[in-house]
Design a protein around this ligand. Sequence first.
Ligand SMILES: Nc1ncnc2c1ncn2[C@@H]1O[C@H](COP(=O)(O)OP(=O)(O)OP(=O)(O)O)[C@@H](O)[C@H]1O
Length: 372
Amino acid sequence: MIEATGLTKSYGSKTAVYNLSFRVLPGKVTGFLGPNGAGKSTTMRMILGLDAPTDGSVTIGGHQYRELPNAPRLVGALLDANAKHGGRSARAHLLCLAQLSGIPARRVDEVLDVVGLTQVARKRSKGFSLGMGQRLGIAAALLGDPQVLLFDEPVNGLDPEGIRWVRELMRRLASEGRTVFVSSHLMSEMAQTADHLIVIGRGQLMADLPVRAFIEQNSTGFARLRTPDGDEAGREKLVRVLAEAGGQVQAEPEGTLKVTGVELPRISELAHAADVRLWELSPHHASLEEAYMRMTQGAVDYRSSEDQRSGLQGPPQQAPGGWQQPVGPQGGYAPPPPGAGFGAPPPAHAAPPHPPHAAHQAAAPYRPEDAR
Ligand SMILES: Nc1ncnc2c1ncn2[C@@H]1O[C@H](COP(=O)(O)OP(=O)(O)OP(=O)(O)O)[C@@H](O)[C@H]1O
């Protein structure tokens, strides 16, 4: 078991991981999810003793990594698939690691076989594709036949066949009673691989729950409906009628209503009986990826925006038919209408505070019972 307690890591003024507490249990694949820069790799490096926590602690089987007797035989990890000497062959690279940990040479051939690299075992790894590099990294993690395995984004660069293979490998390792901790930024990938999820954003815990609970709560269908603009009385009446019929109704920012718990034909009947006209009534399915993005959208550090191509616009063009492009005061482009927020990112929802300025108590993580 891996156990983190109040784990915190700062690099100068940057707090990468803040007050993180969780357990990773044996016999399960535990997915470690978070957007780019959330602190997944930093956490994994601290678990492996490659970075010292600024505060808190993390143990494997009750011991810090550095205190473990013969750690490479107990813990295997894929952190960075490029961390190898490109001039060495795959086999030589693994032999080197095996010798350092007192692992017999025949084990090298076994793991090469497991990851499907036997045929290229004597080729220099610098010519390897990204996917082959990942396979070599996984072979290195498996060398000591460890009970605890950490994989940082193991499907990076793999083709669909490789992704399926990694998925099956993780599941098999967990079914053998091992502790498998695997990071990803893709919910869809974790939904197919993991039993349990730990979600972080801006270095803080956002959710710690079984994958099944996440799927049950987020993959149900829903209906979206819209009443005519301005018909507030009709809208309120419909909300009341739907609630009485056992539905959960949520107003959406676009003015639509999201309804769960009442089937589409029944919604239509209820609206008709209440004499409320509908402009829209449509079935929808929430995707897991959407649910995950909703959960973490406030914790995304790197957000793209429209390319403004500043200074690259040519002079205003005469459009066919004599229509003129709007021209701004400098002749470049017309300024946006007041309040339009030219290319501004969408407003963030419920962002966890940036850790350096955070209150000492981090926001409570999301757990299955919160949704009930
Ligand atoms: N050695 C370091 N020095 C300074 N800042 C660092 C260092 N390592 C990580 N960080 C910062 O800490 C934050 C967390 O980084 P980390 O690599 O752990 O995130 P991640 O969740 O693994 O992201 P990704 O999915 O993009 O790999 C980032 O803002 C990163 O820039």
